[in-house]
Ligand binder design. Structure first.
Ligand SMILES: [Zn+2]
Length: 203
């Protein structure tokens, strides 16, 4: 999606509606900084306020996503294209996140190994060696909640029984036994427990 084009279109529609950034922000219960971010193409309006925004600007969601007024006969086709586009964008972002998680894990290991090695080699009192090893564990401890968060939000888990794909809660990912990305969790659709595999697509 062309955020700069969409931003320019939002600004144009806002001026047509005779509203300042501040007035538009107040109607939507957000800050005028958020409006300014959309209009300069640095951010997209949140999906939760998109309908209200379009209502105020007198345009359709398709118009907004296309960054221009789309004729009625092209409306459905354009909307489908935009939907597919945003799905693909989410899949791409998910894959990026999952790769980042692997890299983070790999980067933490040499630090830990280095500290263990250092503690072995240096002639230090026992308690200082323990401190060095604990220090080596620190990056991993700090990174773990982020990595679990990525596991939760990026992609979908598939139930082995009913094949439904879902995004689990943070708590169920946190507590679940896992082998790589495959996790033992309860399925929200059929309620059965199984080893659920990770996929980057919804279907
Ligand atoms: Zn299921």
């Amino acid at each position: 999606m062309d955020q700069v084009k969409i931003g320019r279109f939002i600004a144009e529609c806002r001026k047509k509606a005779d509203l300042t950034q501040m007035q538009l922000a107040e109607k939507l219960n957000i800050t005028d900084r958020a409006v300014s971010k959309w209009e300069t193409g640095r951010a997209m309006p949140d999906s939760s306020i998109m309908l209200a925004l379009c209502d105020i600007l007198g345009i359709s969601v398709t118009d907004l996503l296309c960054g221009e007024v789309v004729s009625m006969e092209n409306n459905n086709k354009e909307l489908e294209t935009k939907l597919l586009e945003s799905l693909r964008e989410k899949e791409k972002a998910d894959r990026r996140l999952l790769r980042m998680e692997i890299v983070t894990g790999i980067l933490c290991l040499p630090v830990l190994l280095g500290c263990v090695l250092l503690a072995e080699l240096l002639a230090l009192p026992e308690w200082q060696k323990v401190l060095i090893v604990l220090g080596g564990l620190l990056p991993l401890l700090i990174a773990t909640p982020f990595m679990i968060r990525i596991e939760q939000v990026a992609g979908y888990y598939e139930c082995a029984h009913c094949k439904a794909r879902h995004v689990p809660k943070y708590s169920s990912v946190f507590g679940a036994m896992h082998f790589g990305r495959t996790r033992y969790m309860k399925c929200p659709s059929c309620g059965k427990r199984s080893w659920q595999k990770k996929f980057t697509t919804k279907e």
